[in-house]
Structures are given as structure tokens and as C-alpha cells.
Design a protein around this ligand. Sequence first.
Ligand code: COA
Ligand code: AMP
Length: 637
Amino acid sequence: MTSRYHDVYNGWKENKEAFWDEAAKGIDWFSPYTKTFDASQGTYGRWFVSGECNTCYNCIDRHVEHGRPGQPAIIYDSAVTGEKRTYTYLEVQEQVGAMAALLREKGVEKGTMVLIYMPMIPQAMFAMLACARLGAIHSVVFGGFAAQELAVRIEDCKPKAIISASCGIEPGRVVEYKPLLDKAIELSSHKPDFCFIQQREQLIAPLNEGRDYDLGALMEGAVAEKMTTECVPVAATDPLYVLYTSGTTGQPKGVVRDNGGHMVALKWSMENLYGIDPGEVFWAASDVGWVVGHSYIVYAPLLHGAATVLYEGKPVGTPDAGAFWRVISEHSVVSLFTAPTAFRAIKKEDPEGTELAKYSIAGLRSLFLAGERADPDTILWAENLLGVPVIDHWWQTETGWCIAGNPLGLGKLPIKLGSSTVPMPGYDMRVLDDEGNELGAGELGNIVVKLPMPPGALPTLWNADDRFKDAYLSEFPGYYKTADAGLMDDEGYLFIMSRTDDIINVAGHRLSTGGMEEVLSEHPDVAECAVIGISDNLKGQLPCGFVVLKSGVEKPTDVIEKELIALVREKVGPVAAFKLAITVERLPKTRSGKILRATMRKIADGEEFKMPATIDDPAILDEIAEAISDRGLASVS
Ligand code: COA
Ligand code: AMP
């Protein structure tokens, strides 16, 4: 089939508003918008102005009303507990309606902030959808973050309510959520009015009298009494959620997502990018705490009337490297979306792919990868094993959906290894040099999006318009800075190479090295430090901290290094995967005192580097190289 991509993309370019008007027909509006795009509103304009809608209605109720009440909507499969349960659209409506009614009884209404800190259980999805139903704003925090990270988010978004669970389950250990939650609330100056806690049978958490409520018990009663609420109409431009993502400092950025544009973009993507039909089973093997989970575990498949798999487990070790093939075959998954690191983990454990022989995955049509650069080896290995197209696509928490991909629904374009293919309609991509001049095909530079951003992308940061403008819009006026570097070839294919800031990508998780440096600096013996991301075969990158100790410190360095590793785990969380702390005498700097992190990274990765002209003392680079080789870090890369 010849791809319709170029016709569709050019059609969008010729009449952008008409393109989105057509896409907006995929959504049920309570009242129509009066302006497709209003450039005078917000920081760079707003989409579908004055339209009224409800995201929960579009995800659930309309499918119940229009012929899908008995169709699977959420397929929960826990590889860590063995529990499996399929909820039909009607059942999801009952659960979500009941949870919304319980929240409303406690004062949650349109515009109220609700924080969700949950493992991968159906109640996490019900909670998100219940907020959407009420027009409340949710902010989901990934379960692998520790108390302090949670506290920073509570402080920033000031939730009236927190919905959590007694525990998460990681291979070999039960992660107690309640002590983390209690500690975070203690650390934050803002206190929620109440918490709903889902008790799991693996661990019953003690509840704080007057603040905490047993969500499971409340839900049992509410469902039995058929408690529900109507879907509250909200403006298309009202926020659906705030999702925090790493910035270059320890203060995360609250990415705001609206209701209308988000629904339009996601619905369009299900058919045209992922090539999914309503009624089919789509599986995003991510976590609801990340943007991929928000968009492609929860909202997009349901908006489209598809079934979504909610998988609690890992690609390996739960129990083996055949876990993904089991889920695909048991639940008739037609398309899988995950991070390349998951496939690297499977490849490492089962390089010959022998586990696959135990299952039939004949229904699988495609594998989509995102979250980090998909290395050609992994793509080829997966393609060879699965016999389906393996599609690398590029996006960010900020955009909420794909910037560049290979639109299977419009007809597959030829794949170029190392490229995430072409921009989606809505994205006018340019590559600029540091002075803002446009670069030609094949030239490496800053990848930017010509404003406006498409529907679905962030309109701003939560309560921080100025930070939004500073971080994304000011460096290249008229453009959104992706903070990714790369190039576009003469056929318009984008190659994303690296971040231009201090963000690193560990197992598809976006982390701030600046945030980790702030934690290391808190240690009483540390004078200064630098955290860099070094290459890792499995996780893509791993954080590595270099510390200079204060003079006169007598404690052995190996003890301090262990304390530093424990400190990052305690303050940021296990997800930081911070396991390398190296004490050095000095850090390499420019004459103006800027630490040469990029050069340190190149040394650690064994890459060639040019001696920076502004370096203060070149001998320090040799010291760093020696410290790195003493740790045998060559084996890491
Ligand atoms: N709650 C508590 N702890 C968590 C957690 C959660 N929700 N998620 C991860 N952690 C912990 C892990 O147990 C691990 O702890 P450890 O240091 O005690 O071993 C640590 O955080 C690091 O986690 P992770 O980087 O995920 O490593 P892993 O070894 O557990 O798994 C992969 C590695 C590759 C299998 C896993 O990262 C993966 O499946 N990734 C692909 C899918 C994905 O998450 N994509 C994200 C965006 S699409
Ligand atoms: P996150 O906001 O967590 O989704 O992380 C976004 C960042 O991950 C991007 O800015 C990129 O640096 C990186 N990223 C995501 N997908 C890809 C991809 N397909 N190729 C290269 N980098 C990617």
C-alpha cells in the first residue's frame, strides 16, 4: 500500500485548521467550539476555544451508549500477583462513576486538584477517569519516586485529595507506599484534606484516623448502591491533568494537558499513526505514572473504543523473558508499544528468542518503541523475532503524543534505521544552529517546532507561564525548543541524537542530573559534585556521580560513596538507578568555573573528545579518566 502520509501532511500544511476540524469530529462535544485555534489566548494560542466536552464521557460513556457496553475496555494482567481481570466498558463506567461519586461527596469538583500515587492496578485508571468525569485535575506521580519527590509535587500542585494504595509490587519485594506517602505529606507545607487508600492483600497499611479512607471498602458500597455522577462539561481548554517531568533542576516541571486538544490528537493518532480499529486490543507496556501510560494505556485506546492492557510486571523476571509474548497471545494484542530498554532486557535474557515458541502471537501487527533512541541492533533483533514492523517514534512528556513517527494507519513509509521517521501533522519541524539560523538537510542542530504546537501538546506549565516561556519559547523566538539535538535528511526524516540539556534517559525514564546533584550536595562531606549519564547496554544511560569531598574529611571514601548512593535512592527514589559514586580530587572546569560535564561523559563512554579551549587545567581530565578506569567503567559502556 502506498502511504497517504505525504498527502495528509501536505493537506495539514495547506489548511491547518481544516485538518483539525476534521479530526475533531472524532470527539463528542457537549457544545461546539467557536474557534479552532485562537492565537490571542494563552502563551502561544489555544485550541478548540469555547468548546465544551468531557474526556471521561468520550472514553467511556459514549461507548456504553453506542454499542460497546459488553466489550472489553481494560484488561488487567498482573504478572507479579497472578491476578487477571477484564472490565467491560459498562463495568468501567460503574467503577468510575462510583469513584467519582465518592470523590464528589468529599468536595472534589470541577477544577479541584487530585494527586494519584499508585501502582499499576485498575483503581489507578478508575481514579484518573473519575477525576476527568468530575472535571477535576489529576496529577499522577510514578510509584518509583521516593517521599521527597512526591513532596515536591504535593507542594507544587496542592491537591485536595490523594488517591494511593497500600503497596506496589516489584520483583522480589513489596514496596510499601503508605510510609512514603505519610513522609511526603509531612515534608510538604500543603496538606491534603483526605486520602483514599486502596488496600492490597499483599500488605494492609495502617490508616490515619480522620484523613485516610479505605478505598476498596468505599467502592464496594458505592458500586452496590449504584452510586454515580454525570460527566461534568468542561471547556476544551480546561486542564485534564498535570504531569510532572524532570527539568534541569530538582524542581520538576508540571506539564499541563487540556481536555479538547488532547482528545482530538490522541483519537487521530490511534487510527492514523498506530493503525488500530475500535474493538482491537492495544498494549502500552509502560506505567500510568509516565506520559506514555497517560496517553496510551489510559486515554487514547479508550477514546478510540479499543481495549487497553494494564500490565503489572516487567519484560523479564516476572517470571521470565517470555512475559510479553504470554500477554500478547493471551489477550490477542494487535499492537505493542514500549521502550527499547524493555526489548534490550529480553534480548539479554533470551538472545535466541526461544521463549517465543511457547506462545502464538500471530495477531500482533506492529511494535512501537519510544522513550529513548531505539538502537538499530534492538530494532533488527525485534523485527527478526516478531516478524512485524518495528517503529521507532519520538515524543516527549510535553507533547503528549508523537512528534515524529511512521504512520502505519496511513500506510507504512520505508524505515531508515536510526530515524524516528517523519513529523506528524501538527508539527512543523526545523533544525536550527545555536544562533537560530535554519540548517540544511543532514546538518546537526537544535530541533524545534514552529509555533503553534498542535492539539494535545502542553499549553503551559502548571502555575508557571514564565517558566514555560523561559524553558521552551525564549531561546528561539517563534519556535518551541524540544531540547533534543539531531538532523533532518533530504527526505524529511528526523534523526534524534541527544538532549541539549542535563536530562538523562535511564531505562526510558527521564531524569534530571541537576536534581541528583542537589541531593549529593546535601551530604555534609561533599564540597562539589557533577552527575553525568554514561552509556549502558541495557538501560541506555546510567547516572554516575563525581564528588569532591570537603578538606579534612576523615571518613573513608567508600563509606561516603555508599551513603551517597543510599541518599539518592531515599530522596529521588529507586527509579534513579543511581549506583555509581566516584570520589575525585577535583572536577574539570572552564576558566569561568563551568563544570565540563559533556567532556566527562565522553571520557566515560570512551568517545573521542576535543580538549575544550577554555579548560582551566587539562590535567584534571586525566585524573577523571583514571578514576573512571579504576572503576572498570569501560565494562559499563
Ligand atoms: N515502584 C517502586 N520501585 C520501582 C518502580 C515502582 N513503580 N518501578 C521501578 N522501581 C525500582 C525497581 O525495582 C528498581 O529497583 P532496584 O534498584 O531495587 O532494582 C529501580 O526502581 C530501577 O528500576 P528500572 O530502571 O525500571 O529497572 P529494572 O531493573 O527494575 O527494570 C527494565 C529494567 C528495562 C526491565 C524496565 O525499566 C522496563 O521494563 N522498562 C521499559 C518500560 C518502561 O518502563 N518504559 C517507560 C516509558 S515508555
Ligand atoms: P519523556 O518526556 O520522558 O517522554 O522523555 C522525552 C525525551 O526522551 C525526548 O526529549 C528525547 O530525548 C527522548 N526520546 C523519546 N523518544 C525518543 C526516540 N524515539 N528517539 C530518541 N529519543 C527519544
